[in-house]
Write a protein that binds this ligand. Structure first.
Ligand code: HEM
Length: 481
């Protein structure tokens, strides 16, 4: 397990994960009590020739490996121990091939208050890692911090996707899930049951269909859309070490997507000149084009293109991953699973969303999110954990840890749907909080609902989900007909 993946951007993010976070997270009792001991062990300290500097390097490198392993196998226990014993911990730098910026140590920040402090200071803790990765697309709100692009385009995009669309999105997702299930389920020979691959039939298929119908970005065909989203998501947010093959695929996909978007925008603009078409066109892209010049002259066709392309990149693997992870967490808890099914059968979408969000607290898309220290900064000032973070450090912000911080979350280990919405950091926090949160808060539970209403829903035991590299490639369930 020497491949260190940190930083998952699922949306929207980096996460270099070691191995499969989907395939069993169980650890032995002995392991579960000993994260700190493993983390603090200095494997090479006894070598006679090493001076202090080398001792520190060895300690910190060793820590990176231990952190990666525990992030994969038992993050909640690890976060508990870190918060208790070393809430601001230092590791060696994360290797980034060809990094054009200073890349010193990596700092883990695990207390809720410190997580919020980092994410509330985008002028200090930037998304520089993403900027480098997303360069084939051009600047985007997630690759810049306090800047005109972020200040103008995020509110603009929010206006294009208002909460009043939720009902419509829900109806679309219900329809798409139903049709996709009918099309993709594999009915048994006796006709009494069916098997379904949740990832390919729903998790990645519905967001691509939604991209066409709601976002107005249909793409040439389903296969190309999936290749584009997968290649860019994989490289931008899961390839921090810069493997050339993944990078090349993403650059090619970005070029193709932008060319397709340019052509699509031209055609859509021509079509919108017809008043009848314009009056009917109510997808996000058409809205952007109709409103484009109203707000500011900065919103050129190029900016429209980058923003609409980014909705595809941000919305597919993120959705397929959380659908699978939420289902797995619910299925692990029979009592909660039954209650979630009851909410689904009663069509109580808001109640079901609460079950899904709480399930995701135990296995979110992004357990940690990366930031880059643009200047020296003292975090946790006046507390016993006060620490100077030096310019050039990568800060791994423990958003999942914050959702389990007993200082602010009562009884954090309990599964409870009564927690206030404000404690959830499933979609990030602060300046870069997810633009697609509203869409996802409809889409994800509705996809899951389409499964929970099936009779006797169960996992197909022989088919463990494959994860290549960071997203589930399949997840088979079975139900009675
Ligand atoms: C369940 C699905 C999703 C999850 C879990 C998710 C998660 C996230 C997270 C954690 C961030 C914050 C990244 C950071 O601060 O470093 C983020 C940002 C973002 N997400 Fe999502 N996302 C999802 C779906 C979507 C969708 C459907 C869209 C399409 C509009 C989208 C668009 C974005 C954008 C544009 C940002 C950057 C916002 C900014 O920089 O201000 N996401 N997402």
């Amino acid at each position: 397990m020497n491949q260190f993946k940190l930083l998952r951007f699922s949306t929207c993010i980096f996460l270099i994960l070691a191995g499969s976070a989907l395939a069993g997270r169980a650890v032995t009792q002995e392991q579960s009590q000993n994260f700190m001991r493993e983390f603090n062990r200095i494997e090479f300290r006894k070598l006679p020739i090493v001076g202090d500097w080398f001792e520190d390097q060895d300690l910190f490198r060793h820590r990176v490996r231990v952190f990666a392993k525990w992030l994969d196998q038992n993050p909640i226990q690890m976060f508990d121990e870190l918060r208790e014993h070393e809430p601001i911990a230092r590791m060696s730098s994360i290797p980034i091939r060809g990094a054009k910026y200073k890349n010193s140590s990596a700092i883990l920040v695990m207390k809720s208050a410190d997580v919020i402090e980092v994410l509330d200071h985008p002028e200090v803790f930037s998304v520089r890692h993403f900027a480098e990765k997303m360069s084939p697309l051009g600047e985007h709100m997630l690759s810049v911090d306090v800047s005109p692009i972020h200040a103008i385009e995020k509110p603009w995009m929010r206006k294009m996707m208002p909460a009043t669309d939720m009902k419509r999105i829900g109806e679309m997702v219900d329809r798409m899930a139903l049709i996709s299930t009918d099309l993709m389920q594999v009915v048994s020979e006796d006709g009494k049951s069916a098997k379904l691959d949740v990832v390919n039939a729903l998790g990645r298929r519905v967001p691509i269909l939604l991209s066409g119908e709601y976002f107005g970005f249909p793409g040439p065909d389903m296969t190309t859309m999936y290749r584009w989203s997968h290649a860019t998501q994989e490289d931008f947010f899961h390839n921090l070490p810069n493997q050339r093959k993944l990078r090349n695929r993403a650059v090619k996909a970005s070029e193709e997507m932008l060319a397709y978007a340019t052509d699509l925008i031209e055609k859509r603009k021509a079509a919108l000149k017809d008043p009848a078409t314009s009056a009917q066109a109510d997808d996000v892209l058409s809205r952007m084009l109709k409103n484009e010049k109203l707000d500011t002259a900065d919103l050129t066709d190029d900016r429209v293109g980058i923003n609409i392309v980014a909705t595809l990149i941000a919305g597919v693997e993120t959705t397929e991953t959380v659908v699978v992870q939420a289902l797995q967490e619910l299925m692990k808890r029979p009592e909660q699973f039954e209650l979630a099914k009851k909410a689904a059968l009663a069509n109580d979408d808001e109640l079901l969303r609460k079950y899904v969000w709480e399930a995701l607290r135990f296995h979110p898309l992004n357990p940690v999110m990366p930031r880059y220290a643009e200047k020296d900064y003292v975090i946790g000032k006046g507390t016993s954990r006060e620490t100077k973070i030096e310019r050039g450090a990568t800060v791994l912000v423990g958003t999942q840890s914050a959702m389990f911080d007993e200082e602010v979350i009562p009884n954090p280990k309990a599964f409870s749907i009564d927690r206030p919405a404000s404690i959830y950091m499933l979609f990030g926090y602060g300046h870069h909080r997810c633009l697609g949160e509203m869409v996802s808060s409809v889409q994800v539970p509705r996809i899951i609902k389409s499964l929970l209403v099936k009779k006797n829903l169960r996992i197909v035991p022989s088919k463990a989900p494959r994860k290549v590299p960071a997203f589930p490639e399949d997840f088979w369930v079975e139900y009675d007909l």
